[in-house]
Design a protein around this ligand. Structure first.
Ligand SMILES: Nc1ncnc2c1ncn2[C@@H]1O[C@H](COP(=O)(O)OP(=O)(O)OP(=O)(O)O)[C@@H](O)[C@H]1O
Ligand SMILES: [Mg+2]
Length: 341
């Protein structure tokens, strides 16, 4: 496997919700790449579009939302009998969201761990039934084999007594166990990309550390890429090698993790880093210490959406023109007029 091979390419993605009150530009210009086996962090304040980015990739944006523009390309790599690999390019935006092709990708080649496990687990089916369903849908195995694999996967994710928890219903399990169950389900078909949407936000610190360690191990062992969505910059530093920063539906900066922490370019990223909660912070606390308020999503300011809060605001420029993505150096981009040449 070549680490530099692209796995997912997102360009100028726009996903809007058409509500009676108006149109919410949930994603309004997202650009980023994920390479094979790579862990990419997606960070930003509440409401900036992190979850909708994951939903857009899997084509599960709920009504009345829609991917209205842009490119989401998934690269599939298949081994031939002679050992060579062939690359196949799949345009995810072109697929029917209810069609067979996206359903074979969803939960198979790309899977997602959701922010709140209870919303994505069925309360009337056991953990085992739900994992087995995923396995049977994507792999040609019978029920006995699927059950064997479900138990094995539960063991890998550190579920206690997998032979018996496999027959438990989600409500019989603790939050940490449910999260492990959901990760087991997401990983049961060895996806090449795991979208992890705040997988540990609801957990206590010890369980969080265990789950993060587990995801790192599985990333190594299975060679899968992870898109790690979080508002926690500590988790980003620990888990990812590259980061994209989102603000009001736009990717405002993208860089490798060290560059992002030590040489951030976008004023929003700088403000975000300054707002890192101190030790002993309340985990449920959101990042709110940036000056000013997040704009009304129905009524975005013209130009750069961050300009009303920005320390480097240039009147007549930032509040007038759409900001393009500027390349600062290869692998480092910022959507900010400070970097226009
Ligand atoms: N089902 C929906 N219907 C209408 N608007 C939605 C829906 N889902 C998301 N949105 C809107 O889209 C924008 C982006 O939401 P999203 O859930 O992606 O934010 P987020 O970055 O994941 O936030 P958080 O950190 O709180 O999870 C928000 O303005 C939100 O209100
Ligand atoms: Mg979210």
């Amino acid at each position: 496997m070549n680490d530099n091979q692209l796995l997912l390419k997102v360009r100028d993605l726009k996903t809007y919700f058409f509500l009676e009150e108006g149109t919410v530009h949930a994603i309004d210009g997202a650009d980023f790449d994920i390479r094979r086996g790579e862990a990419v962090g997606v960070v930003g304040e509440s409401g900036c579009g992190k979850s909708v980015t994951g939903q857009s990739i899997l084509r599960i944006v709920p009504n009345p939302g829609e991917v209205v523009e842009g490119e989401i390309t998934f690269y599939r790599y298949e081994k031939r009998d002679d050992g060579t690999e062939v690359q196949e390019v799949v345009d995810l935006t072109a697929l029917d969201p209810r069609g067979d092709e996206i359903r074979s990708i969803r939960g198979g080649e790309i899977s997602m761990v959701f922010q709140e496990p209870m919303t994505s687990l069925s309360p009337v089916h056991t953990m085992g039934q739900q994992i087995m369903e995923a396995i049977i849908l994507h792999q040609k195995v019978d029920e006995d084999e699927a059950r064997r694999r479900a138990i094995e996967m539960l063991r890998r994710v550190g579920m206690p007594q997998p032979e018996s928890t496999v027959d438990s219903y989600p409500h019989q399990l603790s939050g940490g166990m449910r999260q492990r169950g959901m990760i087991a389900m997401a990983l049961s078909c060895s996806p090449s990309l795991l979208i992890a949407d705040e997988p540990t936000t609801a957990l206590d610190v010890t369980t969080e550390a265990q789950i993060l360690q587990l995801m790192r191990d599985l990333q190594q062992d299975l060679g899968m890429a992870i898109m790690f969505i979080t508002h926690d910059l500590g988790v980003i530093a620990e888990m990812t090698s590259r980061v994209v920063v989102m603000y009001m539906g736009k990717v405002v900066e993208g860089a490798d993790v060290d560059t992002l922490f030590y040489d951030p370019k976008h004023p929003y990223t700088r403000a975000l880093l300054n707002s890192i909660p101190r030790l002993g912070h309340d985990k449920s606390e959101r990042l709110e210490s940036i000056k000013g308020v997040v704009p009304d999503p129905y009524n975005l300011p013209p130009g750069c959406p961050f300009h009303p809060r920005c320390a480097s605001f240039m009147p007549g420029v930032c509040n007038v023109e759409e900001v393009p993505n500027f390349v600062i150096e290869p692998g480092h981009t910022a959507r900010c007029f400070l970097y226009a040449d």
